[in-house]
Design a protein around this ligand. Sequence first.
Ligand SMILES: Cc1cc2nc3c(=O)[nH]c(=O)nc-3n(C[C@H](O)[C@H](O)[C@H](O)COP(=O)(O)OP(=O)(O)OC[C@H]3O[C@@H](n4cnc5c(N)ncnc54)[C@H](O)[C@@H]3O)c2cc1C
Length: 433
Amino acid sequence: MLSGMKEQKQWDVLVIGAGIIGLSTAYHIKQDNPDLSVLVIDRSNAAAQADTAKSMAAIRDTFTSETNRLLAKSSIEFYQHVQSELHVNLNLELIGYLWLLTEREFKTFESIEAGMRKQGIRLRTVERKDLAGLIPDLVLDPASEQSKIIGMVSIHKGVQGLDCGVVSPELIAKFYEDEFKKSGGELQFSTEAKSLRLEAKNKLDLPGEPYVWQEKVFAGAETNRGFIKADTVVIATGARAPVLLDPLGIDCLVKAKKRQIFQVKGNALDRLMNTKGFNDLNTIPFTILPRGGVYFRPVRGEKSFWVAAADDLGRAFAFDDEPMAEETYFTYNIYPILSEYFPCFANLRPANSWAGFYDINSVDSTPIIDRIDNCILTVGMSGSGIMKADAVGRMAAAILKGKAEAALYGERRISTTRLGLTNRSVGKEEFVI
Ligand SMILES: Cc1cc2nc3c(=O)[nH]c(=O)nc-3n(C[C@H](O)[C@H](O)[C@H](O)COP(=O)(O)OP(=O)(O)OC[C@H]3O[C@@H](n4cnc5c(N)ncnc54)[C@H](O)[C@@H]3O)c2cc1C
């Protein structure tokens, strides 16, 4: 080496993406391996600025897939542990998830109920007459002219997920970031990985390497601030994952789909906000309506409701750097359904709105956690990355150590290949909302 030229640092692990998934992964890697040098980079100027900051901030353990239930349940219990035993406030409130179901939907639900209960998922069925008594703002049988045009259906029963609720994703991300830094981890912001560098494992220093016959390794990432060298690279770039992986011919199955949230306020919503009988906080749970995938959650601190819809068929897979919410989507898609079941929303318009992306695993709507040589993927959260982030981080850390099983919070175990691209063993998730 020429005198005066500084040799480039080689990190043990480079995590690309400081959203909740990258931060949980970096934290768990550092917890398991205090001596490893770990760097997290992000293109934003701070942590958790992308989809982690745009979510409904809700958590549930009610999924159709046993794997998703495991990931979510263990993560939610870890967040509860952080808040109640480590005394770090995460604004976690178990207000519940309430599905308002038609007769047919309830039958479908009954077919998976036993599996859920067996796994320790706590559920409560709310009879129709009790729904009417508990939620005076709810219309069980919409009968207006408009409701006939829309094809509104009667609500048969409710099902409440009891260990579900809301949380602050930003506070969870901050917990991981703070603990990661305390254990010696480093973060570098305004640093965008432009591409991953693939090199020959045993370089011959010939032009055009790596050749097809050479064993290849990921050497690190080319960024706007120069090349960052690492022994292992973790991809935690959310909806942008294909940007780094497609050019290398790696199909991570992730597709970006826009989701939007509308904040609605008004005195007419006070009674709904203060609904009793579902939780200790005397508020209405996160509620899913039986038509159009429309749902809402109360935001007690803001005295508002966040309203959205599980916008699927007809909504393109497409990515945009600055997605905007569409007010017409609220007016013509969400509002007619919302105001028929809950007339207290009548004539109210969004005070605020925003949009982000689900990084959907287009095959089974379940995360992908895998290793391709010395590159670890933590992608495809499919709209539920907040509620699964702890388990995802633990699985990625176990994969780094070459373990066959990961230990999730609450003494649960999961095979580290279960969420891999190959040898995958998960059922398709039906409850993507
Ligand atoms: C409207 C909406 C509602 C949602 N509601 C919920 C919910 O209620 N509950 C729930 O659990 N989940 C919900 N989700 C999903 C949840 O937000 C995501 O699953 C989660 O945030 C994914 O975290 P992440 O760290 O993978 O992604 P992100 O938070 O997007 O983080 C990825 C990071 O990588 C960085 N990055 C990307 N490319 C590069 C690069 N090349 N170089 C450097 N940095 C890069 C980005 O800047 C970003 O900070 C919702 C999502 C949306 C959009």
